[in-house]
Design a protein around this ligand. Sequence first.
Ligand code: PHE
Ligand code: FE
Length: 283
Amino acid sequence: MTEQAPLPPAGAAPDWTIPQRWQAYTAADHATWDQLYARQMALLPDRVVPDFLSGVAALGLDAPGIPDFEALSARLRRLTGWSVVAVPGLVPDEVFFEHLANRRFVAGNFIRSAAQLDYLQEPDVFHDVFGHVPLLAHPVYADYMQAYGRGGLRAIGFGAIHKLARLYWHTVEFGLIRDGDRLRLFGAGILSSWGESQYALDDPAPPRIAFDLRRVMRTEYLIDRFQQHYFVIDSFEDLLRRTLEVDFGPLYAELEHLPDLAPDLTLPSDRLYHAGAPRPGPP
Ligand code: PHE
Ligand code: FE
């Protein structure tokens, strides 16, 4: 049986991109961005990895209003060769990987309504651009994201996208990073969420577990609530080394024989930065 990838919606290019249509945003759309931006920037300076803040400044994301992807991409291209392209919403995996492998970050062009400031199901321009794009100005993070895209195209052949997707989820979306003896935020899903930007660092409940590639690839995730634990990387250099320099082919095969891990367990083998109050898992 061959699986047919869904076709792009009417008006989208074969690679699923659409014009951002920056002129079509209303004053209310820009005001929603400004409100979300102000809320996050009141919280993040003391919590986020400093590279995120330098990225915001270097890319001009501190200017008011929803960014124009052309101007944003011009700056980003000069820094790391990445660009930002608009898509109507979530795209099929292979389309997503293909863009990343070519240093294009796909971003929804729509913005949430004022009634949905705290939660929405589909990633909008605030999550995609504010959450993800500033770190793409960091050369090592930029390399990691491209390597991930290439790894995604490879994972399709191994039937292992779900394992690779867990790596993305537990790092790019919800990762924490060590900074001396404290932790900081870097995952985009946290950075675009007012509630989780506080919860992920301050709440005593979720364990903070040192990143381990096998462990992360076995760990399921929930998409509709705060995470029940967080994984902590040492540095972007270390994350890149632990992923780029490993052939995932044999790893996918090996993990086929190991049980998946529920999103609220800790294992005796976990190296914990913060023990939290998890459900103890199997040895
Ligand atoms: N090394 C991975 C592979 O063999 C590719 C990869 C690199 C995936 C970096 C994610 C991040 O498939
Ligand atoms: Fe995201």
